[in-house]
Design a protein around this ligand. Structure first.
Ligand code: AMP
Length: 493
């Protein structure tokens, strides 16, 4: 049997249903421009996912859905496509895929008919028990159409025996575990759900008589909506008859948002916990400078991910800041390319050394994080080739030693450089003159905490600590994938 599966995998590119999703979600109620505003919101959230995008609208009678591969601006840019999405309610989704699963059927929002009416679901995050739940449902006769864990949520909602849709949703979310932010739409409501620890972000905005639920505040700014508040951890918010309602079905817990939203993932102008991501990142850089005794001629950021931290570092140390690397803005994030070979190429495609700035200089090169080391490796070499005298690398977050299972794309432990090498070995690997990471205590300090509360950490920070706040059931439980899905390369699945 084992051999059979191996051969089949080779022949038909069969994938396990587990794929990670790191995405952007948006939903709006009661607006005559619902789908256009959703397209704009998704455009502002483009950094959260570039592989595919989709919008589902409801016109009072029927649901309409348009899903595409690629960028929002390339796909939802004319009246023709938006005319196909009539109605005053709409939800949308940007998808970020990692390996495999690049089929249009995996592009969200998902839609299903249930016995209490239709429901559209857009999901950011990753469930840690999706395979376990999926296997159980498959054993009971369910058929799965996609390789996404979001389908598990949709099926759980549809299978619930409760009457009202909101109760079906509560039923479903009591069974799922992980990090998730959901934006959903039924015939009469827009619904937002944030996981019990608030690992994934979700905010509420208001624009005239419309409410907006979305991943980040930058998606509110683009449409001129006012930021009301964050959805609380474990909270369900919904809009019915233009009224915002809230339910808290879970036992109360303290919020523990994902530290990586602060370090890398959110757009710098988005507000998280009362401050912009930009302010946090500048503080990480300033704190890194405080922890560093080294002096150089020049601070250079890795654009754009290291910009804020480098500025904070330079201001704190009173060292000159300059743009030693020039970015080509017409290339996507390097990380998104599914193979290592393309990823390494991506760094070169994206950045070039700014000769006049770096020649004969002792440079401090700053980035927000180091994952596989690909970026630092390439850039250090690029700076030396362009005439830099010394390159000292500084990273504005601690060493990433543990992978993520809650919706951020990190490679396995085997590929995480800091999980397998000491700081000195990494320094050698990337050919830097010296290397320093921000300390974990420093990270918390820069966020305004006295220190990390080891009994109940203020953030989900397993990347650095291995402290996983939600059990990784699919990984730990030994529950094998009993169903394999055929990955279609066809265009309309
Ligand atoms: P690496 O080149 O593998 O060391 O990755 C580090 C670079 O990727 C940094 O420039 C980060 O800004 C960026 N990065 C870190 N985490 C992620 C992520 N989850 N998705 C995409 N890019 C990331």
């Amino acid at each position: 049997m084992k051999k059979n599966i191996k051969t089949l995998k080779k022949k038909f590119r069969i994938y396990s249903p587990k794929i990670k999703e790191e995405c952007g979600v948006f939903g709006i109620s009661n607006s005559s421009d619902a789908s256009t505003l959703t397209a704009l919101g998704l455009h502002a959230l483009q950094h959260r996912g570039q592989e595919g995008c989709g919008i589902v609208s409801f016109d009072g009678e029927k649901y309409h859905s348009e899903k595409r591969f690629g960028l929002v601006g390339d796909n939802f840019n004319d009246e023709k496509v938006l005319k196909n999405l009539p109605g005053k309610f709409a939800i949308g989704h940007n998808r970020y895929s990692t390996t495999g699963g690049t089929a249009l059927r995996n592009v969200q929002p998902f839609f299903a008919d249930t016995n209490s009416g239709g429901i559209g679901v857009a999901h950011n995050g990753n469930l840690t028990n999706a395979i376990t739940l999926r296997n159980k449902m498959v054993e009971e006769g369910s058929i799965f159409y996609t390789t996404s864990d979001t389908e598990t949520i949709v099926k759980l909602i549809a299978k619930s025996k409760r009457g009202r849709t909101i109760d079906k949703i509560i039923d479903a979310i009591f069974q799922i575990q992980g990090g998730y932010a959901l934006v959903m739409m039924t015939q009469n409501s827009l619904i937002g759900v944030r996981d019990p620890l608030g690992i994934r972000p979700l905010v509420i905005g208001k624009l005239k008589n419309s409410y907006v639920f979305t991943s980040e505040t930058c998606a509110l700014d683009i449409i001129g909506a006012k930021f009301i508040r964050e959805v609380e951890n474990g909270e369900i918010v919904y809009v019915e008859n233009d009224e915002l309602q809230s339910l808290k079905p879970f036992p109360p817990k303290k919020v523990r948002p994902c530290i990586f939203e602060y370090i890398y993932f959110s757009r710098p102008d988005s507000i998280l916990g009362g401050k912009t991501a930009y302010e946090y990142r500048k503080n990480f850089g300033a704190q890194l400078a405080k922890e560093d005794t080294f002096d150089a001629d020049l601070v250079v950021p890795v654009p754009d991910s290291g910009n804020a931290a480098a500025l904070g570092y330079a201001q704190e140390k009173k060292v000159k800041f300059d743009l030693g690397l020039i970015r080509n803005h017409y290339v996507g994030r390097t990380f998104i390319e599914p193979s290592q070979q393309i990823r390494s190429l991506g760094v070169k495609l994206k950045l070039n050394a700014n000769l006049s700035v770096i020649k004969n200089k002792k440079i401090i090169l700053i980035d927000d994080s180091l994952v596989r080391g690909t970026t630092s490796y390439k850039i250090v070499k690029m700076l030396y080739d362009a005439g830099a005298k010394e390159v000292h690398v500084r990273i504005a977050s601690p060493e990433i030693k543990y992978p993520d299972f809650y919706g951020v794309d990190t490679p396995t432990k085997k590929e995480l450089l800091a999980a397998n090498k000491t700081v000195d070995e990494i320094k050698e690997f990337i050919s830097a003159q010296s290397l320093k990471f921000l300390s974990l205590d420093g990270l918390y300090k820069a966020m305004g905490f006295e220190k990390r509360n080891d009994n109940y950490p203020q953030l989900t920070d397993h990347y650095f600590t291995g402290d996983y706040p939600v059990k990784i059931i699919d990984e730990l439980g030994g529950d094998k994938v009993t169903q394999l899905s055929l990955l279609s390369t066809g265009s309309n699945n």
